[in-house]
Design a protein around this ligand. Structure first.
Ligand code: ACO
Length: 384
């Protein structure tokens, strides 16, 4: 039994380690590898155990063109286990086919470039929203495009390959949705812009470091206090808004102008670029753009994980603290004892009076639960 276990181990590879992701930039003097890294998860592709049997030196090379993330995959190994009865090597390629376009298996990136024969240098889809330079003098740009743009849809189809590899439980956008739905989606692209004076059509200064998507859902406007007191309807709780979403078909003429809420869906900074403030730049750009429309009542996030919550709290708190009335909030020392009877939680409305709370929330468009958490963080952080 020991010998068999040893043999199984000898011929097994961890699929996270076997999969190498490369970001490759095309230049006229040849391809440049910008970064090589491993996925966080491969269980959506290769199963819970993330293990592949039957190879020595197995390498799955998944290369993305840095400007538009067009993928290309190559599977190599030093030795393959010879089938013995029922015991045979795992199929490495077949499970990948569900996650990658067929073209990724058939040709290298260079061939794609020839097929396309570009006549102009690549330009990201959409509009430039924000640019910044880091302490090393590298330049970055954030672009925003609607999914109604076919070039963006093609790119997102490639970019979404990264979702199961890096976002636990992340959901994929159905790119076959009817047009009216697609128009509700926006994609924010974070690029490093490499110094390339006069780029030729076959080279690109742009290299994607991360991206995020958002979509606009229709929502009934929040009732005013006067409306609330004159009706028997349950008071608006923030979370209840979800059940008030209006399903299609809705009047088609001006759907994007109706009272809405924006919701961030996928948010990803690629591992080699994490922890350098890019997530913060991307979130802030999205926040200011998405909350600027007067008919957008609220910015929410779909299924955030802990790391994203940290990022969001940090950005939202810094933003709220620029409002003097918020910065001055302190814990109310006169909270009646019975209000504290159920534990340590101090109801936010005892710290922030309802009228002021409405003012903050209307000004910042933060969801109620997020706002309440930030009030707690802000007031508690003042306690020595
Ligand atoms: N743990 C604790 N704090 C964090 C973390 C973390 N993992 N990531 C960021 N922060 C905080 C830090 O306080 C940091 O402040 P500092 O600069 O003083 O250290 C601050 O947020 C800003 O950090 P950034 O460098 O801007 O964050 P980054 O560029 O790494 O982006 C993100 C963070 C988006 C979580 C990134 O690490 C990532 O893409 N991870 C993998 C995919 C993922 O988990 N995406 C979110 C899924 S949820 C969703 O999609 C809605």
């Amino acid at each position: 039994v020991e010998k068999i276990t040893e043999q199984v181990e000898e011929w097994s590879s961890n699929s996270n380690e076997a999969l190498h992701i490369t970001l490759q930039r095309q230049t006229d003097s040849g391809p440049v590898e910008l970064a090589i890294f491993h996925p966080e998860f491969t269980y959506p592709i290769y199963g819970e155990e993330e293990s592949l049997f039957g190879y020595k030196g197995l390498k799955i090379d998944l290369t993305f063109a840095a400007h538009n993330l067009r993928p290309s995959v190559k599977i190599t190994y030093d030795e393959r286990f010879k089938q013995m009865g029922e015991v045979k090597p795992s199929d490495v390629e077949e499970p990948l086919r569900e996650f990658l376009p067929a073209s990724a298996f058939s040709s290298g990136l260079e061939l794609h470039a020839q097929e396309e024969t570009p006549t102009e240098p690549f330009r990201p889809p959409g509009t430039l929203m924000h640019s910044y330079t880091n302490s090393e003098g590298h330049k970055f740009e954030i672009w925003c495009s609607s999914l109604a743009d076919p070039a963006m849809r093609t790119m997102l189809n490639y970019m979404q390959i990264l979702v199961p590899l890096f976002i636990e439980g992340g959901s994929l956008i159905d790119l076959d949705d009817p047009q009216w739905t697609i128009e509700r989606w926006k994609v924010f692209l974070l690029y490093q812009v490499h110094d390339t004076p006069n780029p030729s059509p076959t080279e690109s200064p742009y290299a994607l470091l991360g991206y995020s998507t958002s979509y606009r859902v229709f929502a009934l406007p929040r009732p005013t206090m006067a409306e609330l007191s004159s009706s028997t309807r349950a008071p608006y709780s923030g979370h209840a808004l979800e059940s008030e979403l209006i399903s299609p078909p809705y009047p088609q003429a001006t759907p994007l102008d109706l009272p809405s809420r924006e919701r961030i869906s996928q948010f990803l900074i690629l591992p080699p670029y994490q922890g350098s403030g890019h997530g913060r730049q991307l979130y802030r750009t999205m926040y200011s753009h998405l909350t600027s429309a007067p008919n957008v009542l609220e910015l929410t996030v779909e299924d955030p994980n802990e790391a994203f919550d940290d990022l969001r709290d940090l950005c939202d708190l810094a933003h709220l603290r620029t409002i003097p009335a918020f910065a001055d909030l302190t814990i109310n020392p006169n909270i009646p004892k019975e209000k504290l009877a159920n534990g340590h939680y101090i109801p936010t409305d005892l710290i922030v009076p309802e009228s002021l709370r409405t003012t903050f929330r209307t000004a910042t468009k933060l969801a109620q639960r997020q706002f309440d958490r930030l009030v707690e963080m802000h007031t508690l952080s003042a306690i020595p």
